[in-house]
Ligand binder design. Sequence first.
Ligand SMILES: Nc1nc2c(ncn2[C@@H]2O[C@H](COP(=O)(O)OP(=O)(O)OP(=O)(O)O)[C@@H](O)[C@H]2O)c(=O)[nH]1
Ligand SMILES: [Mg+2]
Length: 304
Amino acid sequence: MSKFGVLVMGPAGSGKTTFCTALIQHLRNNRRSCFYVNLDPAAEEFAYEPDLDIKDLISLEDVMEDIGLGPNGGLVYCFEFLLENLDFLTEALDPLTEEFLIIFDMPGQIELYTHIPILPAIVKHLTRTGALNVSLCAAYLLESTFIIDRAKYFAGTLSAMSAMIMLEIPHVNVLTKMDLVRGTVGKGELGRFVDPDTTLLDDDPAGGPAGAGRDTVEGEKKEEEDEDPAARDNVMRGSSFKRLNRAVAQLIDDYSMVSFLQLEAQNEESVGSILSYVDDAIQFHEAQEPKEPNDEVEVNWEEL
Ligand SMILES: Nc1nc2c(ncn2[C@@H]2O[C@H](COP(=O)(O)OP(=O)(O)OP(=O)(O)O)[C@@H](O)[C@H]2O)c(=O)[nH]1
Ligand SMILES: [Mg+2]
């Protein structure tokens, strides 16, 4: 018997917990069962109480106090501890049937998704055939307001791609808080963010960090001579920063792996649409027992 789950990831404040809450509400409205797992050892407040909470195993506050680590080192410690105590997950998830969608709410520390190998190890434990056998989809959330700063948008997109490559499981990327940008970005323009378009760096209306501005080699040389390269503003506007952004955008383009779905957490239709992509990715519906109400109706053929 298989189990089904979605791993909700993304940078701090990208809307993970809000999405989990909206998803639980949507599943309830549609009479579907879910099991909410909080894996953020610093999270305190929830609209729906988690069915399983990492804080019952270890809390960031205790780690920081007892071991004297800072918040990021403390978080890595908590995940290493979870990795040594995987029974905590196994015992709680083992009894769940295929009708449940297990929702994992992750912390926002970006290093978890980019270079520390702890998360792939946890994912392997969850998905391993013969053990928990969870058919798992990663949902990587990125805040849509990032698109105002194109350098930030490409950096965020790179982190999404990094998570995809690292975890090697079905994956959807989601631009969250779309209600905040709909009024300011036209539909056509939005399409260039939904399927990352490298030419976005050529026509940055802000002319800011990643903008074209002085695009010629001559212009770049002049700029380097004129400005103090160590000044923060110059670092963020300088030609090397521009070249870095181009290289990042090119890398994303070369791999051609990332595209985004769009989410407004307060809009149930929008939440339902993300869920249908997740369901498809994990083949949730294919695994459900058919529930035909007519199965139970006995037909007396003689009376017909
Ligand atoms: N306008 C708008 N705000 C949103 C939306 N989703 C989340 N937010 C807000 O964004 C803020 C952060 O949301 P959270 O759900 O806590 O984000 P998170 O990713 O869980 O944050 P961490 O767990 O701290 O990394 C909150 O103030 C939410 O109300 C959305 O769709 N629209
Ligand atoms: Mg959260």
